[in-house]
Design a protein around this ligand. Structure first.
Ligand code: PNS
Length: 160
């Protein structure tokens, strides 16, 4: 059985992430989407909210499981018996950011990272930009699921 992990903050999940999940899910028996916390990034949604949004967004992907993790991603991969980490790449900046982590993770445990290029039409979509545009009153409904959009709108309103 082949199992891969696609880790991220997913704060919140976007159609860019979902495109990577859908395309990668076809390559493995199981894809585990794992939400963790990057301490260097500011977060809008708490871990439980991010998990709920991910679970809702992945309901039509039969071999995709959503889990939370803490600690090292490679330890999580070992715990669940995953052979690979999957990361979506939008461009050179993502590659520069991801490459040392992929090399460190391979060095620590031998777990390889597979980079999947984002579909070109979604290359400019990120959780950070979605949050920024939404918080300044822009329409982000084409970048996130209706449920995520509803939660995002409510969260931003509550923060005002
Ligand atoms: O791309 P993101 O959204 O910033 O990723 C966040 C997350 C939580 C997936 C990433 O920060 C991570 O993998 N954290 C786990 C800690 C870890 O393993 N650090 C060493 C990486 S070499």
């Amino acid at each position: 059985m082949t199992r891969a992990v696609c880790p991220g903050s997913f704060d919140p999940v976007t159609y860019g992430h979902l495109d990577i999940f859908r395309r990668t899910a076809g390559l493995f028996d199981e894809l585990v989407v794992a939400t963790g916390t990057n301490p260097s990034k500011s977060r809008l949604f708490d871990p439980e909210e991010r998990l709920e949004m991910l679970r809702e967004a992945c309901t039509d992907l039969p071999n995709v499981t959503v889990m939370g993790f803490t600690g090292l991603i490679v330890d999580f991969c070992r715990e669940i018996g995953a052979q690979a980490i999957v990361k979506g790449l939008r461009g050179g900046n993502d590659y520069e950011y991801e490459l040392p982590m992929a090399q460190m993770n391979a060095h620590l445990t031998g777990i390889e990272t597979i980079f999947v290029p984002t579909t070109a039409s979604l290359g400019y979509v990120s959780s950070s930009l979605v949050k920024e545009v939404a918080s300044l009153g822009g329409d982000v409904s084409e970048f996130v699921t209706p449920t995520v959009h509803e939660r995002l709108t409510a969260k931003i309103a509550a923060r005002r």
